[in-house]
Write a protein that binds this ligand. Structure first.
Ligand SMILES: [Zn+2]
Ligand SMILES: [Zn+2]
Length: 347
């Protein structure tokens, strides 16, 4: 039988860049689901793979299809799969977990010790078709805008980070105005925070954050955060901190502007270790929570927040056909972009 082929964006060289290639449509095994991809979004992780950083060399193999933010419809159900139908609108949890470690048993799949990343450790979604285990398939209400659903994976990171703490009436500092930081700002306002302040060094991204309704978008390269806190009547410091930048300078500023007893969730992975005075954390009673991936329940919260009025369209800055993926990566690598959505519905 002749192998069916499809278009896919692959890591084609042991070096910088990505290429569009013809690769086999994945075979659907028992318990698996084949998804026809409609829209995908480019993640910072994909840019790392494009740039071929040391981290990506350790995970991605040359020849592999990348991408993990997507929406599509079910094209085929493997043997034994129940609860889904062909043609159904779906996305998918990007971390394929072992199912039997202590964290998987308690529903904390985000902390599985043997997690495998779609589009990182195995073939991904920047293709006409993606095959994943049925337990990772997430049903999506067809009424939701596919451009927004295409980046639910990233929205999930933001949801997990922001909703780690009670937000009603709290003052929140977000360090890092990348797409996830900007989405988190929208979530915090939606969830009832009093003031939401976001910091970055990139004016384009701070402008996007303003469109998401932040109370202040601060360029810490030239503005004084404490002055802005004063203007916003944030007297004792921020109650909640969401660290999205991976930058030591940003994290230090966050620690120094938190209220005693404040709570910080950390999502931003940095290029190098950050120096930290533990005495600041101890004597001021701060709580630090590392965030990885998203909880399965976040998928429900995301759909319901959007249906409840959370508008994430301001974070979408570019839309391209998948054959123009290079333009999408150029936009992402320039730093002057929010989410970049690629369309896979037309040839
Ligand atoms: Zn991602
Ligand atoms: Zn596990």
């Amino acid at each position: 039988m002749e192998q069916k082929m499809m278009d896919a964006i692959i890591k084609h060289v042991d070096g910088e860049g990505l290429a569009l290639a013809r690769v086999p449509v994945p075979e659907v095994g028992p318990g698996e689901v084949l998804i026809r991809i409609h829209k995908t979004a480019i993640c910072g992780t994909d840019v790392h793979i494009y740039d071929w950083t040391d981290w990506s060399k350790a995970h991605v193999h040359v020849g592999q299809t990348i991408g993990h933010e997507y929406v599509g419809e079910i094209a085929e159900l493997g043997a034994g799969v129940t609860g889904f139908t062909v043609g159904q609108r779906v996305s998918g949890e990007g971390h394929i977990t072992c199912g039997h470690c202590r964290n998987c048993h308690t529903g904390n799949i985000q902390w599985c010790k043997d997690t495998v990343g779609v589009g990182v450790d195995r073939n991904g979604a920047f293709a006409e078709y993606l095959c994943i285990p049925a337990k990772n398939v997430i049903a999506i209400d067809p009424e939701l805008d596919e451009d927004v659903v295409s980046f639910f994976d990233a929205f999930g990171n933001a949801t997990h980070t922001a909703l780690m703490w009670d937000l009603i009436g709290e003052d929140v500092l977000i360090t890092g105005a990348g797409p996830i930081g900007i989405i988190a700002a929208g979530i915090c306002k939606f969830a009832g925070a009093r003031r939401v302040v976001i910091t970055d060094l990139n004016d384009y991204r701070l402008g996007l954050a303003r469109k998401m309704g932040v109370d202040a978008a601060v360029n810490t390269g030239r503005e004084d955060l404490r002055e802005i806190m004063h203007e916003l009547k944030i007297v004792e410091g921020f109650d909640i901190g969401l660290e999205m930048s991976g930058s030591g300078a940003a994290f230090k500023q966050m620690v120094s502007t938190m209220r005693n007893g404040g709570k910080i969730s950390l999502l931003g992975l940095g290029p190098k270790p950050i120096e930290l005075d533990m005495n600041d954390i101890i004597t001021r009673g701060l709580t630090l929570q590392g965030i990885y991936g998203r909880k399965m329940d976040n998928w429900h919260q995301m759909s319901y927040m959007v249906q409840g009025g959370l508008d994430l369209t301001p974070v979408i800055t570019h839309r391209f056909h998948y054959t123009d993926f290079q333009k999408g990566f150029d936009a992402m690598r320039s730093g002057n972009s929010g989410k970049v959505v690629l369309d896979w519905t037309k040839k």
